[in-house]
Design a protein around this ligand. Sequence first.
Ligand SMILES: *Cc1c(COP(=O)(O)O)cnc(C)c1O
Length: 437
Amino acid sequence: MAPKNPKPSKYGFNTLAVHAGGAPDPATGARNVPIYQNASYVFEDVDHAASLFNLQTFGYIYSRLSNPTVAALEERLAALEGGRGATCTSTGHAAQLVALFPLMNPGAHIVAGNKLYGGSVTQFSRTITKFGWEATFAEATDPASFKAAIRPETKAIFVECLANPGGVVVDIEKVAEIADEAGIPLIVDNTMATPYLCRPIEWGATLVVNSLTKFLTGNGTSMGGVVTDSGDFDWGRNDKFPSLSKPEPAYHGLTFWETFGDLAFTMHSHAIGLRDLGTTLAPMNAFLTLSGLETLSLRMEKHCRNAMEVASWLQSHPQVAWVSYAGLDDSPYRLLAEKYLPNGAGSVFTFGVKGGFDQGVKVVESCEIVSHLANIGDTHSLILHPASTTHRQLTEEQLVAAGAGPDVIRLSIGLEDAKDIIDDLDQALNRSAIQAA
Ligand SMILES: *Cc1c(COP(=O)(O)O)cnc(C)c1O
C-alpha cells in the first residue's frame, strides 16, 4: 500500500542517518559534528544583530533559540522523518508542549488517542488544563471516535501510531483524513516506531513528535525531544491558527505563514516557542543523539528480531495469559502493522501474567538481566509493571483504557542475545509462580 504523501529523497535512509546535517565542520574540517558548548555568539556589527533578531539573516544569537550542534541534529531528524523542518527540545514531553504551543489558546481543545504513554495521559488530562487547554480521549482503534470528539475549538488530533504500551497500531491514514476534513493538523508521537519503522508524514500527519531519549539516541544516555513539521499544512486555510496566519504580537507583529511559508511552524517554534518556554536541548545531548542516529536502522532491525523471538516464546509459556505484539500472526493489528510498519513492529510490547497484579510485581522483581525500570528503547532489555509504576496515577478506568490493566507487563526488548533474555524471563516467571502458589 503506497503512502498518499510520499517524500522521496535523493539518498536512502541509512545515508541520511549518517550524513544529513553533518557536513564537515567549516571551521576545522572535523568529520563529526562538533559540540558547540556555548551560550552566545558575537555579532559582526549592529546591522548584523538587527537582521538576526528580525529573522532576516540565518545565524545564531543565543543557544536557548538555536545552536549549531542542535541545528545539525534538527536537519538530520527532519530528513529522516521526511519533514520540512524540526525543532529539538529538552525532552519528549517538552516536544509535545512545543508542538501544541503555536496552535493553542485558552479555551482550545485537542482530541487525543487513549492508547498513549502514561506521562502523556497525565500531561493532557491534567497539566494542560492549567493553560486553559483541554483534551478529549478518543478510542485509538476506532477512527470514527476521533471525528465524533471534534468541536469548533479543536486545534489538533494527537496519536501514537505504534501505541504505548501494548503495541496497538493506529490507522493513521484514516485519522489524518478526519483531521484534514476538520481543517486541523494530525500530530503523531513516533517514539515507539522511530522514522525507520514508520513515516507518519507520508500517511498525512502534519507534525511528528519524538522522544530522543528512547530509540533515536538508543543507549539511555540523554534526554531529548523533537517536533518535525511536514511543511504541508496551509495555516491560512481557516482562522483557527492566528499565531501562524495573523500578525504575531509576541514577535512585533510578524506574520509567520506569509513570511516563511512551509517553514512557518519551525520558525515560530524557535523564535517564540523555545525563546519563551525555554525547553531547549543541550548541545552535548544533541551530539550523543547525532551519534546514536547513525546506527538507528541496525539497532531497530535487531530490536525487532529479538522482540519477535521473545514474543513468540512467551505465547507458549504456562504462566502467560496473553501476548500483545503487532508482529505476531494472530495480532488484531497485524494488517495495520504491515501497512504502517513494514520494517518491523518495534520492540515494546505487553503480556499478561496469569496471577494478576501480585504476580506482575513478582515477575519484574525476579528478573536479573532484564532491568526493572521506567524507560523504553534502550540497548538493555527493560521490564515494567505499568499499573504499579508509570501508570499508577491513572484511575482504574484510565488504566484499562490505556492497556495497562493489573496483570499487564511491558517489555522493551534490547540488543542482548535473545536466548539470554528468554532464559531470564523464564526463571522470573517460574519463580513468581512458585511464590504465588
Ligand atoms: C518516553 C516517551 C515520551 C516522553 O519522552 P521524555 O523524553 O521522557 O520526556 C513520550 N511519548 C512516548 C511514546 C514515550 O515513550
